[in-house]
Design a protein around this ligand. Structure first.
Ligand code: GMT
Length: 377
């Protein structure tokens, strides 16, 4: 199949899912066209089956806001015609589903039917899309999509609760390429670079937005390091990072916390990690938790949104109410207290992650694409 994928190219769950999906589809012989405003960060190499088309928005002094949707829908029309693309898959409703619908209509005018699949990722529904300024357009574009998927049951429930949805929503969870994370790369994890003998390594990875509750990450770690020797690796960048650095100084733990910035070497970082922290306010799925689990890292998370669909209580880690820092720290210490317990949780984390292997999830998308194409035959 010839598939156009529209996504955000930045570090962030929806872009990562879209990119990994496209790359795996290409490996399975499909022709993939990424259409976005810059090359997706996880898209290192282009190949005969993987194309990238940049959306440019020309600057004009009259525009206070640059009309990205307009440029995106025009680019979609051009690329669909040029490459004879058969299906459009948009990730994140805003503004992609809206621009996709406009492209569909323009193409229809020229006698071309382009089926559109929309995948809802989380904040496009729970935080941004729900804003009254966007709601009518988001509702409209979800209802106009040929097929709609959500990355968890919890997100599906939220979408139905928050919007007047007439379309079916199919749950297709986030996925992970298990072999990539478990294969022996030949390079042993170099723990000694990061921590001393006997120190536990704890990691948080995110885009450091408010919804991730970064101060909670620091405070949970603060409580842990009072009891056992430990280091915290903070990976990612975003608006909350500076405050987090200040908080570490105030708590006197700046020598135990390492801020890395954005990284494309997540696997190497997770390879050193004993425990992952994700105390988010809300998380439609929690791809970062799944990525950790696929590297045999147990997870301490909040129990909001879809996190309980990926982090299994007492098995791959523990879940607590949002903001319950004390309980999260206690649960972390339960996991980290001795090597036998930690190893059991590590084994469990990997086996839960295997349920989300890309090999199990990808066929769900392929059959949806086929259904979407058939709809117009
Ligand atoms: O987590 C973020 O802030 C990024 C965001 C995105 O859209 O890029 O992630 C959302 O989509 C991911 C992939 O489907 C999910 O795993 C994340 O849970 C979800 N984030 C939230 O719901 C906050």
């Amino acid at each position: 199949m010839k598939i156009a994928i529209v996504c955000y190219p930045t570090f962030g769950g929806s872009g990562v899912v879209a990119t990994e999906l496209g790359l795996e589809l290409a490996r399975r012989g499909h022709e993939i066209h990424f259409i976005t405003y810059s090359q997706p960060v996880r898209l290192a190499l282009l190949s005969p089956n993987v194309h990238y088309h940049e959306v440019n928005v020309p600057e004009y002094p009259l525009f206070h806001y640059q009309p990205y949707e307009l440029a995106l829908s025009s680019k979609l029309v051009d690329m669909v015609k040029l490459y004879k693309i058969e299906i459009l898959h948009v990730h994140y409703a805003i503004p992609h589903a809206y621009a996709g619908y406009m492209a569909q209509q323009m193409l229809k005018d020229e006698g071309i039917n382009l089926p559109m699949v929309t995948t809802l990722h989380g904040t496009d529904i729970t935080l941004v899309g729900n804003h009254p300024f966007y709601k009518p357009a988001v509702t409209f574009s979800i209802n106009k999509s040929d097929f709609v998927t959500s990355v968890s049951q919890s997100l599906k429930d939220d979408t139905i609760k928050l919007f007047n949805i007439k379309n079916e929503i199919e749950v297709i969870p986030n996925f992970i390429e298990i072999n990539k994370n478990t294969k022996d790369s030949g390079e042993p994890c170099q723990r000694s670079v990061m921590a001393k003998e006997g120190e536990r390594i704890i990691t948080h990875i995110s885009n450091f937005r408010k919804v991730k509750r970064i101060p909670d990450v620091i405070k949970i770690f603060y409580n842990i390091q009072k009891e056992i020797p430990a280091k915290l690796m903070m990976v990612g960048d975003g608006p909350e990072k500076e405050k987090a650095e200040k908080l570490c100084e105030e708590l006197g733990i700046e020598d135990k916390v390492i801020f890395f910035g954005n990284s494309n070497e997540i696997d190497k970082i997770l390879c050193l990690t004993d425990l992952f922290l994700l105390p988010s306010e809300t998380e439609s799925f929690g791809l970062a938790a799944l990525e950790a689990m696929a590297c045999s890292v147990p997870v301490i998370s909040s129990n909001s949104g879809g996190l309980s669909e990926v982090n299994f209580e007492g098995i791959s880690g523990y879940l607590s109410d949002v903001g319950n820092i004390e309980e999260m720290a206690q649960n972390a210490l339960r996991i980290l207290k001795d090597d036998d317990t930690l190893n059991k949780f590590k084994e469990n984390a990997l086996s839960v992650a295997k349920q989300f292997d890309i090999k199990n999830i990808l066929p769900l998308y392929e059959s949806l694409y086929q259904k979407a194409i058939n709809k117009y035959i």
